[in-house]
Design a protein around this ligand. Structure first.
Ligand code: GUN
Length: 297
């Protein structure tokens, strides 16, 4: 079997077109969704993610307030900026790009964000609400992955899902979302990680494998069954002198070999990445609607 490639770029473009229309309608009512962005330090990957997020905002008509701070920024300065954004009515969503430099207490920063503006869904209040199945901002990468599965016609209900990786940003929230007693969830989920004894024994029985380990070749063809659905969340830079930038991006999955066995697979780049940004835009628009007293589903 050769897999159908899940085109995250196209699915994201479709969703962004819908959001753009919605933003235009909100503007007619005097509502302009706004996103406050904070990046601390010079990590190149974070810089490119943040630039992509800001461009995406501009493209669909969301106001973005860009704050790029030096790595030496103190906890107090960062907390003060978050507080300022909490109180700024033009800002409906606050995004603090992670990871933060060493010396900054990440948990304290996330806790300082107004849960009503927490469009990343990282505040413990939103994490808790999500876990008990209440309405909350859903973290963008897991939410984007679920959208990819739904829009590709993959059945999630009852599926054996194996997630490789237990981060707070992907593995843990995704597992929680997929076990909810709700439509497009109700999956049986196993979360594997660096201390898992026999990773292939888990991935081999999975209907859906989600690789979010941050390591190339974490999932190879011998580790999956015929017809598996594979979602690759990895973004790894591999040195490549033939490329203008000096590197190329690969995921956590051995794409070329696994695609010969899978029924569906996401590429890197162009799979999950564009969806993460799209769900951030979605949450920001939703937050602006809530702030304006417009009922959201
Ligand atoms: N770092 C990696 N992914 C994310 C994300 O979705 N949001 C934020 N704020 N930081 C990240």
């Amino acid at each position: 079997m050769t897999a159908q490639i899940i085109d995250g770029k196209q699915i994201a473009a479709d969703m962004r077109a819908e959001l753009k229309e919605e933003v235009a309608k909100l503007k007619e009512q005097g509502i302009v969704p706004g996103l406050g962005v904070i990046l601390v330090g010079e990590d190149p990957a974070s810089q490119s993610y943040v630039t992509a997020k800001e461009r995406a905002c501009e493209n669909i008509g969301i106001y973005s307030n860009d704050n790029r701070l030096p790595a030496e920024t103190s906890q107090e300065e960062l907390m003060a900026l978050v507080e300022k954004m909490n109180n700024d009515p033009k800002i409906n969503g606050i995004l603090v790009q992670l990871p933060l430099p060493k010396g900054i207490n990440e948990a304290e920063v996330l806790l300082a964000i107004d849960p009503a503006k927490d469009v990343d869904g990282f505040h413990p209040m939103n994490v808790g609400k999500m876990m008990v199945g209440e309405k909350a901002f859903l973290p963008c990468t897991p939410h984007g992955i679920i959208q990819l599965l739904i829009r590709s016609g993959v059945t999630i209900e009852g599926a054996e899902v194996v997630i490789v990786g237990r981060s707070n940003i992907v593995g843990k929230p995704l597992a929680n979302m997929l076990i909810q007693k709700k439509p497009n969830a109700n999956a049986t989920v196993t979360v594997c990680h660096t201390r898992t004894k026999d990773l292939p024994s888990h991935t081999k029985r999975a209907d859906i494998v989600i690789a979010a380990a941050g390591r190339p070749n974490t999932v190879t063809a011998d580790m999956v069954k015929e017809g598996v659905v594979v979602i690759d969340v990895g973004v790894n830079r591999i040195e490549d002198a033939t490329k203008k930038k000096g590197y190329r991006l690969v995921g956590d999955v051995d794409f070329e070999a696994v695609k010969e066995k899978a029924s569906f697979i996401t590429p890197v780049p162009g799979g999950v990445g564009p969806m993460t940004i799209t769900m951030l835009l979605y949450n920001t628009v939703e937050s602006a609607k809530r702030a304006a007293g417009i009922e959201v589903a």
